[in-house]
Design a binder for this molecule. Structure first.
Ligand code: ATP
Length: 303
């Protein structure tokens, strides 16, 4: 496993984190660090424990065990000044439906000493045309963009994005990626959860995969899962049917197929396993391994 040792540039330190809801162990002995300026993605199936972990880091939820430091502070003891350095985009937020987009962003900007420019932030999330529209009249994807605007208006050092682009159309998702890249270029550290693996591949420096509350793997986007999981696949068709071969020399195999077919081989493709392929392999392996199954304590369920 690839893990950075804590240093002065470590913004988030999580050591042996555990969280139980009654008898359900939602987060089980999870450890990771996030460095200043990094974009870190927490990936995992529904119910894996991602939101619980994020909410503990944000100070919204108490942990059952382990040590957590966010910007050097235990989130259970973080005060207003600490919270003002965080930007938070929750999975769903209850915004005031009666106020306009601009009013809502202005209201949030007033909470901070050095907020970003309101019009610039509204433009960055693609809502300039809707700035005077009441939030209650926006579509689901547009409301999500308001959430993102509220998360970044305070110029946070650390930005939490919990499934930020759910409900976005493909074009809006690409605009959002640009926004995240510009925040990263400004030095913002970002903790992201997403079910869109292409989003994690586009944005993250490192990813951690959790399944059933346990950390399965952690590492840089382009090496997580190990070299074996990333060997290219060559597929082609001939008179005998569809063939598939994994090889480190896909071009050489394609050249041999070209020779043998005395022409263009049918349906030839060379596929490099994507982050999604690697992720599905890791989560599938965790499912098959009984040691990784979610623990229950046997105590009665109460929350
Ligand atoms: N307040 C709660 N009370 C009891 N159980 C909870 C509570 N919140 C979450 N859980 C349970 O804890 C586990 C982890 O949930 P969590 O929301 O952290 O998962 P997640 O990885 O964020 O999932 P998703 O991808 O669906 O958002 C789930 O089994 C969930 O049912």
């Amino acid at each position: 496993m690839n893990q950075h040792a804590p240093s002065s540039d470590t913004i988030v330190e999580v050591e042996n984190l555990g969280k139980r809801y009654g008898s359900l162990v939602a987060v089980d002995d999870v450890s990771f660090n996030i460095c200043r300026g990094e974009t870190f993605a927490l990936l995992g199936p529904n119910g894996a424990g991602k939101s619980t972990t994020i909410e503990i880091l944000e100070g919204y939820r108490d942990r059952t065990s382990g040590t957590v430091r966010v910007l050097g502070v235990d989130p259970q003891k973080g005060g207003v000044a600490w919270k003002a350095q965080l930007g938070i985009v929750l999975q769903s937020s209850a915004e005031a439906a009666q106020v306009t987009v601009r009013e809502q962003v202005e209201q949030f900007a007033a909470y901070y000493d050095h907020p970003r420019d309101v019009e610039e932030v509204i433009a960055a999330v693609g809502l300039t045309e809707k700035a005077k529209t009441r939030i209650g009249k926006l579509s689901g994807g547009q409301r999500r963009r308001v959430d993102v605007a509220l998360g970044v208006i305070g110029r946070p050092q650390l930005l939490f994005l919990d499934e930020p682009t759910t409900g976005f159309d493909p074009e809006a998702r690409r605009h959002f990626w640009e926004l995240i890249r510009s925040l990263k270029a400004d030095g913002t550290t970002i903790l992201l959860t997403t079910h869109y693996l292409d989003e994690a591949a586009q944005l993250a420096d490192r990813v951690a995969v959790i399944a059933a509350g346990k950390l399965v793997e952690i590492g840089p986007v382009d090496t997580i899962g190990g070299a074996e999981a990333r060997v290219p696949i060559v597929r082609w068709r001939d008179h005998a049917g569809l063939h598939e071969e994994r090889t480190l020399e896909p071009a050489a195999l394609a050249a041999r197929l070209l020779d043998a077919a005395a022409g263009e081989p049918r349906d030839l493709e060379i596929v490099r396993p994507s982050l999604e392929d690697v992720y599905l392999g890791l989560v599938g392996a965790a499912d098959r391994n009984p040691a990784s199954a979610r623990t229950t304590t046997g105590e009665p369920a109460h929350v």
